[in-house]
Design a protein around this ligand. Structure first.
Ligand code: AVI
Length: 319
C-alpha cells in the first residue's frame, strides 16, 4: 500500500477511535475488526459449532439452489450476480457451481474494497469452477452498483449474505437498503441473508463461544489500537462482554474494563471506570415480520423467504 494512503487510513482510524472513546457510552467501530489477524479469527469463528449462522445459510443454498436460480432467472434470462463483500466465497460457491452446471447465463461480479481479497477469490474460483465467468470489481459498493446499473443492460441480482445487514442498526439498515433501491433498475433483485430471532441462549453462545475465539476477535481491536495508534491497553484488565436483548433483537458485543484505569492512545489519556464498557459491535436479529417491514420501508417487495430446517436463518429474496 502506498505510504500516503496508509497515513490517511491511520489518521481516520485514530480520529474514529478517539471520537468513540470520548463519547458516552464509549464505542469502538467494528469496521476495524478486520486486519490480518481479525480476518483469520473471523474465518475461525465461521467454523465454530456455536456460530450456527454459516452452516444455516450454507444448508439453505444446498437445499434451495434450484429454486434460487428459478427466482433469479425464471425463463433462462441472463443476469449479473453481484455480491457485496464476497469474502472467501465459501457459501456462494454452492450457488455458482449449481448455476454453472445448469448452464445459466450469468456473470459473477464480486465487489470488495480489498483488491487482495478479490484476487484470492478469483484465483480459488478459477481452480474450483473454471467455466465461471467472473468480473471482480474493486471499490465502494454503491459506486460500482451505480456504474453497473448505467452500463449494463442485464438485470442485476445482488447478494448480501451472512447476516452482514445485522451489523447495522434498523435505521442504518434502512438507509443502506434504500440507497441500493435508488441505484438499481426495475426487475433487479436482492438476496439478503438475515439471522432470525431465536432462543437467546443460542444467540449468546454464538457470540461467546467456549473456545474464546469470539473474545479474541473482539479484543483484537485493542491489540490493533496498541500496534497502530501507539496505545497501551493491557488486555488482562479488560473482558469481552456480549449481551442480547430479545425485544430489539440486538446482540451487542462490548469490551468491559475490570478496574479503574487510564489508557494512553498516542498523546491522549482515556480514563475507564471499573465495569465501564466500550460497545464494539451490533449483530441484529430479525423476525420475519420485521424483515417484511424493512423491505417495504425501503421500497422493495419480499418475494420469497427461504429458511433453514431449524428456522435459525432466512435468505430473503426481494424485488
Ligand atoms: C460479519 N458479521 C455478520 C458477524 C456477526 O455475526 O455479526 C461478525 C461477528 N462478530 C462476532 N462473531 C461474528
Amino acid at each position: 500500500m502506498p505510504e500516503t494512503i496508509e497515513i490517511i487510513q491511520n489518521k481516520t482510524f485514530l480520529n474514529d477511535t478517539l471520537k468513540g472513546l470520548k463519547s458516552k457510552p464509549k464505542t469502538l467501530s467494528s469496521k476495524y475488526f478486520y486486519n490480518k489477524r481479525g480476518d483469520e479469527l473471523f474465518q475461525q469463528i465461521m467454523k465454530l459449532d456455536e456460530y450456527y449462522l454459516t452452516d444455516a445459510e450454507y444448508s439453505i443454498f444446498e437445499s434451495q439452489k434450484d429454486n434460487i436460480l428459478k427466482a433469479f432467472s425464471p425463463n433462462g434470462e441472463d443476469f449479473n450476480l453481484v455480491e457485496f463483500g464476497a469474502g472467501d466465497g465459501y457459501k456462494t460457491k454452492v450457488l455458482l457451481q449449481h448455476f454453472v452446471s445448469e448452464e445459466a447465463l450469468f456473470d459473477y461480479i464480486p465487489i470488495d474494497i480489498s483488491q487482495h481479497a478479490l484476487d484470492g477469490l478469483a484465483q480459488s474460483l478459477a481452480q474450483t469452477i473454471p467455466e465461471l465467468s467472473i468480473t471482480p470489481m474493486q471499490g465502494d459498493y454503491f459506486q460500482v452498483l451505480d456504474r453497473l446499473s448505467h452500463s449494463s443492460t442485464r438485470r442485476n441480482v445482488i447478494l448480501f449474505l451472512g447476516s452482514n445487514i445485522g451489523n447495522f442498526s434498523f435505521d442504518q439498515a434502512q438507509n443502506f437498503l434504500s440507497k441500493i433501491r435508488e441505484d438499481i433498475n426495475t426487475g433487479d433483485q436482492l438476496l439478503i441473508g438475515v439471522d432470525l430471532k431465536k432462543d437467546p441462549t443460542k444467540i449468546l453462545a454464538a457470540y461467546n463461544d467456549s473456545k474464546g475465539v469470539t473474545a479474541a476477535f473482539n479484543m483484537n481491536l485493542l491489540n490493533r489500537i496498541n500496534e497502530e495508534l501507539g496505545g497501551n491497553f493491557n488486555l488482562e484488565s479488560f473482558q469481552h462482554y456480549p449481551f442480547y436483548n430479545p425485544v430489539t433483537g440486538e446482540c451487542k458485543s462490548a469490551i468491559m474494563s475490570l478496574k479503574d484505569q487510564e489508557v494512553l492512545i498516542g498523546e491522549e489519556i482515556i480514563a475507564f471506570k471499573k465495569w465501564e464498557t466500550m460497545q464494539t459491535e451490533i449483530s441484529k436479529k430479525y423476525s420475519t415480520d420485521e424483515i417484511q417491514e424493512l423491505a417495504e420501508k425501503c421500497g422493495f417487495e419480499v418475494r420469497y423467504n427461504l429458511e433453514d430446517q431449524n428456522g435459525y436463518f432466512v435468505d430473503s429474496i426481494w424485488s
